[in-house]
Write a protein that binds this ligand. Structure first.
Ligand code: HEM
Length: 473
């Protein structure tokens, strides 16, 4: 592919100090990136507030940058500090040796063996939410706000896997209001030229403190209960026990374990990152299933004939089911706004020159919608992800990012989504309420529908095979 050098791209009319561009990006990050790609091509070179900003629409360059040049990049310091005011110092909000140590300690908690243990907890959460939220009698229907449903299920999954905590409908709703408000506030603060310290007066401060204190209380309750237990508690196989017991084999004796502040900060990120992203993907997936009954039939067929080994591990590996989830995240990548890096030195990636201090943005949405690799990019076509399908450049599909900062929860999320999707397919027919169709997306830290997706769920007669395969034993 022809990739122009950065110096060759023509600058866009940016207005004073690039401020109109900044406000365009803030108002409509996807629309702004589309505009840059249309005007400037694969390497969009901009100047915003005296800073060189580069949008990389070239998949080879994007991947090479995140994977091979990871050591030549850092995250934007101001953004890290801003996120620390929400979550403390954790694996998402730190860099360098501090991040490396935390990542080493936390990663074993997401190993294949651990994930097997979490599957039972996930299945129990899915079972409880479906019983509480969806019709239980064959033939009965209910019109459902899909985002509320997927949020309820993924919140229950993350609270059981993190803390072995069984949530109620009210608590889940309350907590998701707090997390969403905090996401909105962080999107706001991301564009401020300063970091809003606790003692500074700034817009949204009181609300931010109120919501943060709600999440802190929830997390602290569980940490304190374990730390202050008079009797040694029975290990629960949840993520909190793993965080409290984890050791860094490479550390000197002083900092081999996470401090309680670090445990708390990492619970914060695993909780926040752990449910809203998966809820977003599943919301779009349910909407797409309501539009594609032929895909639903094929999924049921795959579930029926999944072989005699009907364990939940088998479900999590079904090729067509996973292809529908991957194609959903291609069309609607949940995490589209977060991947930015700053070049620490002059770099040459896939023939493109990126000068030191450039802020590079990897526009996941646009990589995923490029007709050069994904013909008819707006069409839902799960076959793109089946074995034997024509390939695409590796950097063209990165819903979980790439390189050392690749999503820590990607396998967790993939298993969780497959289990939820299989269960819904086995037990319900869905169609849009009132002839609705899929709304436009907008970026609210994760990708959300602009208007609510409402789907009619009808309980169907699931064959004994489907029931046996998708329900917890
Ligand atoms: C569909 C679901 C998910 C998507 C699409 C997603 C996407 C992403 C992306 C794109 C990044 C990389 C950001 C970057 O490179 O700057 C990331 C990082 C991260 N994700 Fe996820 N995520 C999902 C679910 C989860 C879950 C379930 C957890 C934990 C339970 C999780 C925890 C994290 C953490 C801790 C990081 C920071 C990793 C680091 O910087 O070392 N994510 N995620």
């Amino acid at each position: 592919m022809n990739t122009p050098l950065l110096a060759e791209t023509k600058p866009l009319a940016t207005g004073p100090f690039g401020l109109p561009l900044l406000s365009f990006i803030q108002r409509d990050p996807l629309g702004a990136a589309s505009h840059f790609q249309r005007e400037l091509g694969d390497v969009a070179n901009l100047r915003i507030l005296f800073r060189r900003v580069c949008y990389l629409f070239n998949p080879e360059a994007a991947r090479e940058l995140l994977v091979d040049h990871a050591d030549d990049l850092c995250k934007e310091k101001r953004l890290l500090k801003m996120f620390q005011t929400f979550q403390g110092s954790n694996v998402l909000t730190t860099e360098g040796a501090v991040w490396e140590r935390q990542r080493r300690i936390v990663t074993p908690g997401f190993s294949a063996k651990r994930l097997l243990g979490y599957m039972e907890l996930m299945s129990a959460a899915i079972d409880a939410c479906i019983a509480a939220e969806l019709p239980s009698v064959e033939g009965d229907t209910a019109e459902i706000d899909v985002d509320a449903l997927t949020t309820r299920i993924t919140m229950d999954v993350i609270l059981r896997t993190l803390f072995s905590h069984v949530t109620t409908r009210e608590e889940a709703a309350d907590t998701s209001v707090a997390i969403r408000a905090l996401s909105k506030q962080s999107m706001r603060e991301a564009y401020w030229p300063f970091v809003a310290r606790r003692w500074l007066p700034f817009p949204g401060r009181a609300e931010k403190q109120k919501h943060l204190s709600k999440i802190d209380t929830l997390i602290d309750r569980h940490i304190n209960a374990r730390l202050n237990a008079e009797q040694p508690h029975e290990l629960k196989q949840d993520i909190l026990d793993m965080l409290l017991a984890a050791r860094d084999d490479q550390a000197s004796s002083g900092n081999a374990t996470l401090t309680s502040q670090e445990v708390r900060a990492n619970c914060h990120v695993l909780f926040g990152a752990g449910f809203d992203t998966a809820a977003s993907a599943l919301t779009w997936w349910i909407g797409l299933m309501a539009m594609h009954p032929e895909v639903v039939s094929r999924l049921r067929m795959e579930l029926e004939t999944a072989g005699s080994d009907s364990t939940i591990e088998t479900i999590a590996r079904l090729p067509f089911l996973n292809a529908t989830l991957k194609e959903t995240m291609r069309l609607y990548p949940p995490s589209t706004a977060l991947i930015t890096r700053v070049a620490q030195r002059n770099l040459q990636v896939a023939g493109i020159l990126i000068p030191k201090r450039t802020l590079v943005a990897i526009p996941i949405w646009h990589l995923h919608h490029d007709s050069r690799w994904f013909p008819e990019p707006m069409v839902f076509r799960p076959e793109r992800f089946l074995p034997g399908a024509p390939g695409f450049p590796r950097g063209a599909y990165m819903p979980f990012g790439a390189g050392p900062h690749v999503c820590l929860g990607q396998h967790f999320a993939s298993i969780e989504m497959a289990l939820i999707a299989a269960r819904l397919i086995a037990e319900f027919d869905f169609e849009f309420a009132d002839g609705q169709s899929l709304p436009q997306p907008y970026v609210d830290l994760v990708l959300k529908p602009k208007t609510r997706i409402r789907v009619r769920f009808q309980r169907r007669r699931a064959s004994p095979t489907l029931q046996a395969r998708t329900r917890p034993r």
